[in-house]
Each structure stands twice: as C-alpha cells, then as structure tokens.
Design a protein around this ligand. Sequence first.
Ligand code: GLC
Length: 574
Amino acid sequence: MKFLIYFFLLATSFAFFASGKDALDWWQTTVLYQVYPRSFKDSDGNGVGDLKGITQKLDHLKDAGIGALWLSPIFTSPGVDFGYDISNYTQIDPLFGTIEDLRELKSAAEKLGLKLLLDLVPNHVSNESEWFKKSVQKIDPYTDYFVWVDPKKDENGTRQPPNNWLSDFGGSAWEWREERQQYYLHQFAVQQADLNYRNKHVVQEIKDVMRYWLDQGMDGFRVDAVTFLFEDEQLRDEPLSGDPGAEPTDQSYLKHVYTQNQPATFDMVQQWRALLDEYSSKDHSTRVMFTEAYADLDNTFKYYGTKERPGAHFTFNFFVIEYIKNTSTADDYENITSLWLKNIPAGDWPNWVVGNHDQHRVASRVGPGLVDAMNALALLMPGTAVTYNGEEIGMEDTFISWNQTVDPQGLNAGPQRYQLFSRDPERTPFQWDNTTSAGFSTSNTTWLPVNSNYKWLNLQKQQEDEDSHYKVYKQLVQLRKTKTIQRGTTHTAAVTQQVFAFVRALDGEVTYIVAMNVGNSSATVDLTRSFSGLPATATVVVASVGSTLVRGTNQTTSALTLAAKGFVALEGRT
Ligand code: GLC
C-alpha cells in the first residue's frame, strides 16, 4: 500500500487490477495476433496466401508465445476490398481453400492451444451477393435489406443523391441503380452495399451467420467497421468538419454525426454479446467479440456496453496508432497512454494495438528505431496486446507505385494522392526467410510485391541472430506471463521531453520499470524523480536491439542511460 501511495504522488497512476483476485480469462492475458490471410503464407504457389499456409505456419505463433489469432475475411468475395466485400458469409472463398481447410486450421490451432477468431463484416456485403441482386429486383424478403432511397431533384430537375454523405473511400456514399430508380448507400466502395439494420430480417441474418461460425467451433469475432451500422433515419446532411487538409470528396470533409456511432448501434452490439454469452455459458469457454471502431473516446468506450448489458469484450484501442508519430515527444506518449487508462470505465478491459492492415507499419509510421519500444508498449501496458502479422519482426512499408496499386481506397484517390490513402504498403507478404518471395510463396510474382529488404529483414534471420526484433518480442511476451504485468498497477510519466517511462507494480511481486527514449540522441535520466519508491538498482530483462544495456546487468535507476530510440525493461524489488 505504501508503494501505491508513493507512486500516486509523482506519476500518473492507474490501479485496475491491484485488488483483482479473480481469475483472468484467456482473452485478457493473451496476445491476439492478426493474420492477413492473403499475405501470410501461400501453400499452392499462386502468389496469394491461403488457409493451408496459415496452418503450416502456426508453429511460428506458438513459438512467439501468442495465444489467439484473428483472420481477416476468408469468405466468398469478388475481392474488390480484398475480402471485406463478402458475397456469401458462410462459404470459404476458393482462393483461400475450403471449409475442410478451415476445420484443419482450427484443430491444428486447438492442439497448440491457440484460439481462433474470424472477421465478422456486418455493415455491408458485396453488390454481387444474392441478397443484393434480389434486393435490386425487389424480391422479398430482400427488398429492404439495403438502404434504398429516392433521388432528390435540383432546380433543373436533375437527379441528385439524397444528401451529402461521403464514402470512407472517397466521393458520394450513394450509388444510383436504374432498375430500382433509387440510390443505395455504400459507406465504403461502391461494390460494398450497406445493410439496412432497421430491417428485422437483416438483424436475424447476421445473428445466423454468427451462430453458423460459432457452431463450427470458432472462438469469437473481430467485428469490422461497427461504427457504421445505423444511419440517421431522417437522412440529414452532415456538417462540415472544418479539416483544412480535406478535399470535398474526402470522408474527413464531414463530421459524421449522422452516419456513425448512432444509438441503435450500441444496442446491436449488446445483442450480439448476449448471443456469444449463450455459447460461452454452455461449456464455460468464453466466445469473444472485439470491435473495430475508429471513434472518439466516449464513443469508443460505449462499445463496451454497460455492466448490466455488456457489449464488446473490448473495442480496439486505436489511440496509439492515431496519435503517435515519428515526431512524438515523451509527453505525447504520456498523454496518449494516460488518456486511455484514465478514461476507461471501471470494469472494462484495456488493450493496446500498434498496427493492423489499414495502418502503415510501425517501422514506417513511428520509425524503425522504435519497433522494439512500440512492441514493449503494446505488450507491457495493462490489458490485452494485439499484434499485426509482421510487426514482431519490424517489417516496413513497401513502396507501391500507382501502377501496382490495388487497394480501392488508394485507387479512388487517383495517381496524385493515392499514397495518402493506399493501404497496400502495409499489406505486402510476410517475410519468412531469404528464399524466393521471402519464403511466402514459391511463385516469383505475388499479389503485392515482396519488400526488397527481405534478404536481411526476415523471421529466419531474426531467429538465428543473437539480437533481433523477434528475440526482443519473444522476451516481452514471456514477461506478460508474470503476475505483475497481468495484474499490476500502472504508473506513467514523461521523465524528460525524450524519455517516457512506466512502472508496473504489484504487492509482493517484482516491479517492472519500462523506459523508452523517443528522442534522437542518447539521454541519461533519473527515474526516481518521477517515480518514488523505486529500487535504487534494477536488472535488465529486455532491451532494444543493439542496446548496450546487457540482459542480467544491474542498472542504477537514478542515472539510467538510454541510446536514441532505445528502450529497456528493468526488474526490481522494492
Ligand atoms: C474495416 C477494415 C478495412 C475495410 C473496411 C471496410 O475498416 O479493417 O480493411 O476496408 O472495414 O470493410
């Protein structure tokens, strides 16, 4: 107790689990790993990753210490948005394999003690789905499965979309269909038609899809684009955002008060949670739901639901991704981590995400020097850690020319602006070794080019090297197994402009002190000025690649020297 009070006085302090004697559930202590199936491992040499490939590489996840994986969509799809435009929710796209391949993957994962989650994409389906085709023809019950609206006429009598809503991929969110003489809503690509959640059949269909996959033994879902489920019934125009960098066709040009985070959305998430809980209670193995919501803090937390009516097990914490840049100072790190920790409602479970298939690689966004520090942040902060495939070895964005661009978000932006929007750079194949196509495929050509740095940046090399991002990653994952990291209090501080640090402590257990120098020059800091009650010396347990802070050596906490971009985790007793 003395310890806690000391910390409270000097650093920002969070005590989620200090008193928690309850057992933690599998999804709380695990590392959740995102597999982007097209780019993970190609088993049949066609240049695109597949389910058999994932099964072949499960040992890697086990070796890294990961406990659960989620797969970006593997269902039948024309592939306009690479699987996020689903035409049949309960069939596997032949590109990825068969239902048997998924069953094999599931049973291989189970043998290794890995949980398997699928991506549920409830907001929209492909315009090539039977649902959409029948809806266009007004065949019941599909007639109102989508958001169909009559046109507006301007003063010249010319047909206009019903309002100013914009698509996330640029341009109007409305597309005209001659056959129906109506517009349909698409908040993403034209080929991704928004489902109408005010239609009770749609609500039932998606619940049936969830049941279908839960009956196949899946452990839960990552839920895609959940903020977009419902829209304003009055179809009101959205106000301008005032963002000076936004073109009138960019989604960021408007403030999404009528198309995102509508009250009914939270209720739907709570209904889905009830369905999952029904399965969980049957065999006492928790089926989980993690929601993807790029939202402000208030709305982000609303997806968790309430104590009486829970929603998501967690909604991804995208604040580090959104606000930490290569120019960020220690204060920025302090602000962004404590923003989440200070505001998360009591009883809700935190999580840390540093990368995904929609965001530039950590090495390119924050800088190659901070790869280890960012992994340490995600893995040692309280809560679940989420890793996007390739971040464990510090993969970098790949330059993709306009001619090579395939991402619809990039394509819609045109040759001049595509790099501002394209997500291709972070989606290139996983770099397993230095053989053909980085060991991803036997084919020389792959759906997106392999990064030319694979010769020296690959998993095999990092397994062999004494000191590598992967070795650091594995050590960090091991630290998560300690009681302190799983349950300890958290104290964060910007020690100087350059050094951000946090301390994880638990009565009767070892204390961990994590310090990262986000600046461009080496720095010597006195951690005891920010955190009282620290031991005078502590032992290095993990340090960034190339660090002179050798594992097992003792360091003085009042004079700790960190190289530029270096990070260290120290273990001590108070
Ligand atoms: C989510 C996915 C993204 C996709 C979009 C539309 O944001 O992560 O990749 O393009 O939803 O489904």
